[in-house]
Design a protein around this ligand. Structure first.
Ligand SMILES: [Mn+2]
Length: 319
């Protein structure tokens, strides 16, 4: 029997709002909150929030705390209508993004390599979090923010800016958190530390979970790399896992055919990162971070942001 045309009609009208692979809290929160906003604008489509993979511990904490359902997992964009949030690079997007109908992008990263056949709404701002842009869009569209959505967006901003400590944090991020805190009724500092602690709980994580938990692919002038980050309240928690993490990084490098894998072990309280490196060229890594590799890493005070403090020096070194 042919399936009913009604079903086909509804499928055709679904627009998936999705963040990057290895989703972090911003990718998931921005998908949820942007889909929620779009669904209130009286448009004909149904906007469905999705995650491009399993959500992490921190995001689980956030969704449970504010009683928001976990979005469905979307792994293949082929033939679907898609809005990208929190990224605009093909390598970070769900599979077959070039065979999707891309409707919009809302992001806060450097402009990547996403291409479209027709004009789209492309909203990018150099702020600390995609959810800050979306939070402001609610006001621009005069849509009231619910307590749940406010909590989810505030969590994303606190996560991406590491409680405002990251150099990526802007005035807009702080303004939006102040607004959202009033709506969701949580104190940003107190709640933020509880949320980051959930992320820092690595006791149940395997080395692979740590390496791939927040992990992105980059191409530095033909040199293929994986760059990941794990944030903890105290690096001491990772000391006895270091060897296993390095061994797994080498496994990942081979499996994915990469030149190097770099994992940032970030101490949120000390505001520093131990940059673990496997692969080559080591001299470019040393050049980028102005140091000598010791025990397969370079320790950098003040480095918290992959986007602002790790990717740009690597790009410069490979130029
Ligand atoms: Mn983000």
């Amino acid at each position: 029997m042919r399936s009913g045309s009604l079903e086909v009609f509804y499928l055709a009208d679904n627009v998936y709002v999705v963040g990057h692979k290895s989703p972090d809290t911003d990718s998931v929160a921005s998908a949820i909150s942007y889909a929620n906003l779009k669904n209130q604008l009286g448009l004909p489509e149904i906007f469905v929030p999705a995650a491009a993979g399993e959500i992490n511990n921190e995001t689980r904490f956030v969704l449970e705390h504010f009683n928001v359902p976990v979005p469905e997992v979307l792994t293949d964009a082929k033939g679907k209508k898609i809005i990208l949030v929190d990224h605009n690079e093909v390598a970070q997007a769900v599979d077959n993004i070039n065979e999707a109908e891309l409707m919009e992008v809302v992001d806060h990263h450097k402009i990547g390599d996403i291409q479209t056949g027709s004009p789209i709404f492309f909203h990018n701002e150099p702020v600390g979090c995609a959810a800050s842009i979306i939070s402001a869009m609610y006001d621009q569209n005069k849509v009231v923010i619910s307590k749940e959505i406010a909590g989810v967006m505030m969590s994303a901003i606190l996560s991406d800016t590491v409680l405002f400590k990251s150099p990526t944090c802007t005035e807009k991020d702080k303004v939006e958190v102040a607004k959202l805190a009033k709506i969701c009724g949580e104190d940003p500092q107190e709640y933020g530390i509880a949320m980051l602690s959930a992320k820092s709980d690595i006791s149940s994580k395997t080395a692979r979970d740590i390496v791939k938990g927040d992990y992105k692919h980059f191409d530095f002038a033909g040199t293929k790399a994986g760059v990941g980050q794990i944030e903890v309240m105290d690096l001491a928690a990772l000391v006895d896992r270091r060897e296993a993490i390095l061994a797994d990084m080498e496994e990942v490098r081979k499996e994915e055919g990469l030149d190097f894998v770099l994992i940032m072990l970030t101490d949120v309280m000390k505001e520093a990162s131990d940059l673990l490196f496997v692969g080559s060229p080591a001299e470019k890594f040393e050049q980028a971070f102005e140091g000598k590799i010791e025990n397969q890493s370079i320790y950098k005070e003040g480095v918290l942001s992959r986007k602002k403090q790790v990717v740009p020096p690597l790009e410069a070194a490979f130029k």
